[in-house]
Each structure stands twice: as structure tokens, then as C-alpha cells.
Design a protein around this ligand. Structure first.
Ligand code: MG
Ligand code: MG
Length: 281
């Protein structure tokens, strides 16, 4: 599941915590894993239509990953039974794909996917509008995607970790103002370091004051993944032990990309193959 495969990077120590540093060649390997995740999410998005079950989407994802010689990193992760998390409407994250969860017109589904290729991890999530979705829900998803993009752009060498958190929070606030909406940032979950494992140090909060935490250095890789809720962001976990839902029942969205710190700015590792992946340049 962790796919270490003898490719561990150097380690930067900061306040006793370990952050894996990748060589340029190792980041290139992560770029390939990331492109596979992007291809998988594109295949799932293509199939996410009314009448399709989330179990069917999961099958598409697993097939796409395995056909490319990858391994679905979610499958079996702490016992998780599928290759994607499929979180519909008021489900925020970690929804378990099921043949009884059938998409309907107007649904929002967040699909989170991870793959291991040659020992390196990619992790990315999209929120997909199924059929004709209410404008307020589309605005919520756009706000979350914009907040993710603001966070990705803040992944700069020499910046502090919580500069990224702050950029995400500020973008959420600005979007809520612009949309005259009440958007809640989910605080219990956040982004993370990634590389030879999916979840590594450091934890990346989606809100907070800037200028704190480890200094970002070339070779670090982070998953930036804000989760936004319409209204109250308090969460609840369902009895399945996985699915996280909004306690108040508001709709939720989730966007995620894996990004590397480089001398030349953020490198979007989970961009589709051939797509522009150097941010801010
Ligand atoms: Mg993810
Ligand atoms: Mg993640």
C-alpha cells in the first residue's frame, strides 16, 4: 500500500518532523504517477452521469490504474474497500463506492483518487456536477477549486507551510463575499506531504495565519485539498467508519492536486499528461 519500492528520498528535518525531499528525477517519477491519477479522474468524470452507480465509477478507476501498470493506493488503505472515494452531495470525503448509490440529475459528486506508479504516489480529487446542477452548487465547487488553485500558487520555495493554508482561507473568504454565500471550510481534514507514501508529514491545514510551519524547500511535494461546505462546516462520520458528512446537511465539495516545490515555482504533478503543469510562470 505504501509502495516504497526502494525509492526513498532524502529527509529534511524540521522541529523533529520528517519531510521527504525528492530529487528532480524522483519528482519526474511522481509526475508520471500524477498523470495516471489525472487520466483516471478524467475517465471517471466521463462516466459520471445520471443512472450510474458509484461502484461502476470505482470499477472504471481501478481498471484505468491497473491498465497503466499502477496500483490503486486507496484500495486496502486502513481497510478502505475501493480505489476511489465517491462522496455525493452532503458527503464531504471518504464516501465508499456502492452499487446502491446511483447518481441523479443535479448531484454533486467528489471523487478522490490515488495511484502508485513505480513506488511513487499521486493524489487528486475533483467535484463533478452530474447533469443539471443548481447554480449555487456550481459556485460552491468553483470557490473550492479556486481556493485550491490559490493554495497551489502559494507552494513556493522559501514560503512557510501555513502561507499555503492562509492563501486557501483567503480565497474561500473572497469567493464567499463575491458569491454572497456562506461557505464553511472543513477544519478537521487537510492536505499532506506525499511521495513514497500517500500521507506523509507535514499536515497542511486549509486555514490559519501565514508564516508558520516548515519552510518549503525544492523537492518537497504536497497534496493541497480544500473541502468546502454550503453553510455550517461541522462534520460527522457515518457508521461505516469512513464516510464524512456535513452535520447540518449542507452540500460539500472537494478539490485536490499534488504539487511539488521547485526552484522554478510550483509543479503540478497531477496535471494530465501533456497539459501545462508549471504554475505561475
Ligand atoms: Mg486525495
Ligand atoms: Mg490527499
Amino acid at each position: 500500500m505504501n509502495g516504497r519500492g526502494g525509492v526513498r528520498g532524502a529527509i529534511a528535518r524540521y522541529r523533529g518532523r520528517d519531510i521527504e525531499l525528492k530529487t528532480p528525477a524522483q519528482l519526474q517519477a511522481m509526475r508520471e504517477a500524477g498523470a495516471l491519477v489525472a487520466a483516471t479522474l478524467a475517465a471517471v468524470t466521463e462516466q459520471a452521469k445520471p443512472g450510474v452507480s458509484t461502484a461502476e465509477l470505482d470499477a472504471v478507476a481501478e481498471q484505468t490504474i491497473r491498465d497503466a501498470g499502477g496500483v490503486p493506493s486507496f484500495l486496502g488503505y486502513h481497510g478502505f474497500p475501493a480505489s476511489i472515494c465517491a462522496s455525493v452531495n452532503s458527503q464531504i470525503v471518504h464516501g465508499i463506492p456502492s452499487s446502491s448509490t446511483v447518481l441523479a440529475d443535479g448531484d454533486l459528486i467528489s471523487v478522490d483518487c490515488g495511484a502508485i506508479l513505480d513506488g511513487w504516489h499521486g493524489d487528486s480529487a475533483v467535484t463533478i456536477a452530474v447533469g443539471d446542477v443548481a447554480p449555487a452548487d456550481l459556485a460552491l465547487s468553483d470557490a473550492c477549486r479556486g481556493a485550491m488553485e490559490a493554495g497551489l500558487l502559494a507552494v513556493q520555495a522559501g514560503a512557510r507551510l501555513t502561507d499555503v493554508s492562509h492563501a486557501i482561507e483567503e480565497a474561500c473568504r473572497a469567493a464567499a463575499m463575491a458569491d454572497r454565500a456562506d461557505y464553511g471550510i472543513v477544519a478537521e481534514y487537510g492536505g499532506h506531504g506525499i511521495g513514497t507514501s500517500m500521507h506523509m508529514d507535514p499536515f497542511l491545514p486549509n486555514h490559519g495565519e501565514p508564516g508558520r510551519g516548515p519552510k518549503l524547500r525544492p523537492g518537497m511535494a504536497l497534496a493541497v485539498e480544500p473541502m468546502l461546505v454550503a453553510g455550517d462546516p461541522e462534520t460527522m462520520e457515518l457508521e461505516d467508519g469512513w464516510t464524512v458528512v456535513t452535520a447540518a446537511g449542507g452540500r460539500a465539495v472537494h478539490w485536490e492536486h499534488t504539487v511539488a516545490v521547485t526552484e522554478d515555482g510550483p509543479w503540478l504533478l497531477t496535471a494530465p499528461a501533456g497539459a501545462p503543469d508549471r504554475l505561475g510562470s
